[in-house]
Every structure is written in C-alpha cells, then in structure tokens.
Write a protein that binds this ligand. Sequence first.
Ligand code: PHE
Length: 464
Amino acid sequence: MTESRGQWSGKLGFILAATGSAIGLGNLWKFPYITHENNGGAFVLVYIACIVLVGGPIMMAEILIGRKTQLSPVGAFRVMSLGKPGGKLWQGVGFLGVLAGFTILSYYSVVAGWTIHYTWLALSGQLAELATNPEVLGTYFGSEFLADGTQQVSYHVLFMCLTIGAVFFGVKGGIERVAKVLMPILFAILIGLVIYSSQTSGFGEALRFLFQPDFSTLTKGAVLEALGHAFFTLSLGMGAMLTYGSYIGRDISVPRAAMQISLLDTLIALMACVIMFSIINTSDIEVAKSATILFTTIPTVLIKLPGADILNAVFYLLIGFAALTSTISLLEVVSSYAIDELGWSRRRATLTMGSVITVFGVLNALSLGGNDALTSINLIGRESTAGVFGTMDYLASNWFLPVGGFLIAIFTGWLLSPKLTRTELEDGHGLMKSFTGWLFLIRFLAPLAVGAIIVSVILGKEYQ
Ligand code: PHE
C-alpha cells in the first residue's frame, strides 16, 4: 500500500514540498496587493494573528488526519468518521477538496502561465520597450495579451504540462524532487531581491508602511480579507496539506511541521511586500488599484533600475517557480483521489485528471479578454466577477475553502477525541504543553472565525 502511494524521503522533502504548496501567487501577487489596499501595518498584524490563531491550528488538523490515515482526503474522512455522528457523510469534505483542487487549478494555471510569457518578454527585450510607458503596458496586457486566446490557451497548457510532468513521477521522484530544486532557488532569488531593494531609496518607507501599524485605518472588511487570505496562502481547507501529510511517517512532528511551513510562508509574503513596495516607492508611478499591478505597474518601475531586463526576467521566473510548486499540490489532491479511491495507477491518474483539468481550464483562459479585463481579474476575489475565471475563483475562495476549513475544524475539534488528537500531535513531537490551547483554537476560534467568512458571503456583505 505504502509503496504504491509513495512517501517523502524524509522531513526535509515534506517541509519543502508543503512550503512549496503554500508559497505561490497568493504570497507574491495577492498579499502585496491586498496589503497595499488595506494600508499596511495594522493589516499585516491582523494577518499574522490569523495565521497563528486560525491557519496554524487548522494546518495541524489536516496534517494530523493525513498522517494518521495515510490516505487522501476522501478515504481519510471515511476511515476517521467510522462510528461517528454523520458517518460516511464526512467523506463529503474530501470530495469538496477534490472539487476545490480541480477548480482552483483550472484558473491558477492560466495566471501562472503569464509568468512564462513575461519571462520571455523580459529576456527578449520586448518588456523594456513596452514598459517605458505604463499606459502602453497596461493596454498591451489587457487588450492584447489577455484577449489573445491562442496565447492564453498555449501558456496555460504549457504550465499544466509542467505540473502533470512533476506529479506523474510520484511523491519522491517528482513532487519532492522539483521542490528540492526550486525552493532553494526561490529563497535565494528572494533574498537577492530583498538585498537589492534595500539599496533603493524607497526601502525605509516600505518598512514603515509594513511594520508601523495604524489601527485607525483598519476596517472590518480588512479583518475578514486577512482571514480568507490566511486560508488560501496556507493551502488550507481543501486537503492539500492533508494529502501531503499522508506521505509522512509517525516520526515527524505535526505541530513543528505546521509551524515551520506557516512561518516560511509568512516570511516570504512579507519579503515580497518589502521588495515590491521598495521598488514602487522608489519611483513616482501611481500604483494601479488593480490586482494586475504585478503585470502592469511593476515592470514599468523595474525598468528604471540597473539591469532591468535580467531583473524583470528573474522576477517573473521567481513567481513562476512559486506557482509551479502550488499547482503540483493542487493536482496531487485530485490525482491521489483517483489513486486511492478508484485504484488507478499514478500515471493514469495524473494524465487523465491533468488532461481533464487542462481542457476545463481552457474556458478560463478564454474568458479574460475584453474592456473590463484589468478590473475583472482578482485572484481570491471576494466578489464574483464576470466570466468563467471570476466565477471559478469566487466559488473556490468564498465557498469551497471556507466550508472545507470549517468542517475540518469541527471534525477534528469535536468528533475526534482529544485523546486521539493528543496522541497524534505528540507522536514524533514529545509532550505538547500547548495542546489545550490548540484544542481551544480548533474547537472555538477557528470555526467561529471561518464561520464569519461564510456568513458574510451568505449575507452578501462586501469586504470593505
Ligand atoms: N497556497 C497557494 C498560494 O498561496 C495556493 C493554493 C491554495 C495551493 C490551495 C494549493 C491549495 O498561492
């Protein structure tokens, strides 16, 4: 059984792969954007609180269930719910995760594909030309690139092929191997860019913006947005961490792993902010109030700095690498369902599921052109925006992930006995003094907080 499912080679492989899943477009694209929109400082603190108090505990719950059952989400909930109220119905949480993986991957890979195009634009010198004028670049991105169906579909398919390629070769031979190569490069590029940005004149202002909280600017909407983002950025609520946790042995500490992954994820999100705000502050360019600044504003600023072409290329390569280790985990959730539940071989599962998602994703890739393209793109948007892309994103980030996370918290906190969860958290870890604290968070705070997101979605309240 273990042999056909696969296992990480050890702790490092697991941590790098799981961190790779967590770090993605959420950190490098979405987080700087919403931090800017929500006025920095206080928002950053609230976000960190959400990671520590809600995200971390739920991540522990997911990894714990995965390690205990050694199964992907559907099977894991079936086994764990035996004899519990609701019984097999809990499998639904697993199915919801598979659905979320399918949905998110189908549009995430479209955006990820843009990074390939932009890397190429930078290396061929074309980006430098386009970026001399922010308006020209904006028009190029919105009206030309996004509206060009052939290019949108091609890059999406290309990115899906890379993803399928990695998952095809299995847990150790594919997923872990890619993470072990890409994650250190990603860290190195980020550290290099932070050093680079520390030499710019906007560095000090960026740090003040990020770390000097002014609570008078904090809105209720910002708190919910921070919470929702904490979920997405840690890859929670859909069984990605559960699935990755099903490939570890009992010698690995669940609380420690969850802490390390969350810490790295937060660190990288903050580094991305430092880099982007330093660069933006250094120029006098007005930052577009659009989620697309990464593809419109940033190059126009980077272009003014020494070594612009290389800098731009490295920047987009970084985002592409981060996105790839995330798309891999999304596909793994869907594939592992077919492997565990339908008895398919890994190759068959990966190729079939990967192809179906690729074909479905074409709808997303083709739904982006048009006049409102720039405003309608909003990764993990709180409102449903037009088009298939907007609808998929709305469904996943407002429904699938929060509902999944809510049910995981309830299940782990209330249906599993504290005796069992304690044993699971302490095996491989040693005595856990903060167990009662975790139990409190998973029983009360996490469901309440995530419940608030769901309620606000139902009531149709804007996150503003
Ligand atoms: N955590 C990833 C990011 O921040 C996105 C993701 C969500 C990946 C859910 C897997 C599962 O970009």
